[in-house]
Design a protein around this ligand. Structure first.
Ligand SMILES: [Mg+2]
Length: 270
């Protein structure tokens, strides 16, 4: 099946979860879905992850508030029963609004922004020391770039020559309180990461022809940063490029419109 179609199907899953449970971060989940689809359906060897093989690739969702996007992908890839998605955020569920340990496929609990990269750097150092060929991928938000710990961890990644680490930034130019350039300007993020000693690739985060090669690209003795230009709320004009949709719950009318838009787009690409 076409990856773009898979991603629209997962976006529909996210919509159902957010609408039915009145909970979640739909805007950022929609923007990062093509990144997750690329990783789980194409780039990573997910059988090793399912088997908890010590040489498995690692994925860390540093922007943990978009857990529902990852849950839908994990469920569809068979990490756990899809019926569990219906328990999202309900009392006693494993599927809280931020990912926690105890879910097959989740390496660490995340969501406190600025922490995922530090953990990823530690994992990458450990894998390198053991001579493992496994790769570590970490997905951060662009609002998250205002966290100082991101830059401390980036310095360490460059110092230790972590060419087994790919840092992905969901560059949708919005965060909870508005535009990233208004809240805390990132300016030329590629230049900044380059100055910190990283190999930087910029791509369209909704174009698999650009995204997959970018995620596979690397450079000896340097960590790679993939700046994926995306659209917050991707897939429906109800949500696209609107900061309010960071954490909005659709009304019944909006739900119907978003569902129709995502279904139509999914059919167009299949
Ligand atoms: Mg953002």
């Amino acid at each position: 099946m076409d990856l773009k179609k898979i991603a629209f199907d997962r976006r529909l899953d996210v919509l159902e979860m957010v609408y039915s449970k009145k909970s979640g971060h739909i805007g950022g989940s929609m923007s990062c879905m093509d990144i997750l689809t690329s990783l789980y359906y194409s780039v990573m060897d997910i059988q090793k992850i399912k088997d908890h093989d010590e040489d498995r690739d690692r994925f860390i969702l540093s922007k943990g508030h978009c857990s529902e996007a990852l849950y839908t992908v994990l469920a569809d890839c068979g990490f756990f029963d899809k019926a569990e998605l219906e328990t999202y955020t309900r009392f006693g569920t494993k599927l809280a609004e931020h990912p926690t340990k105890g879910i097959n496929g989740i390496e660490i609990a995340t969501g406190a922004l600025g922490h995922g990269l530090s953990a990823a750097v530690g994992m990458a150092i450990s894998l390198k020391n053991r001579g493992s060929a496994a790769h570590v991928y970490v997905l951060m938000g662009d609002g998250e770039q205002a966290e100082g710990s991101v830059w401390e961890a980036t310095m360490a990644a460059a110092k230790f020559g972590l060419d087994n680490l790919t840092m992905i930034i969901d560059r949708n130019r919005l965060q909870i309180s508005g535009g990233t350039e208004d809240v805390m300007p990132l300016d030329n993020l590629a230049e900044k990461y380059g100055a910190f000693g990283c190999h930087v690739v910029t791509c369209n985060g909704h174009d698999y022809g650009e995204l997959i090669p970018a995620l596979k690209e690397g450079k000896s003795k340097q960590p790679t940063v993939v700046i994926a230009d995306t659209i917050k709320g991707y897939g429906s004009s109800v949500m696209e490029n609107k900061a309010d949709w960071h954490h909005n719950i659709p009304t019944a009318e909006e739900y119907e419109q978003i569902k129709a838009d995502l279904t139509k787009k999914g059919m167009e690409v299949s």
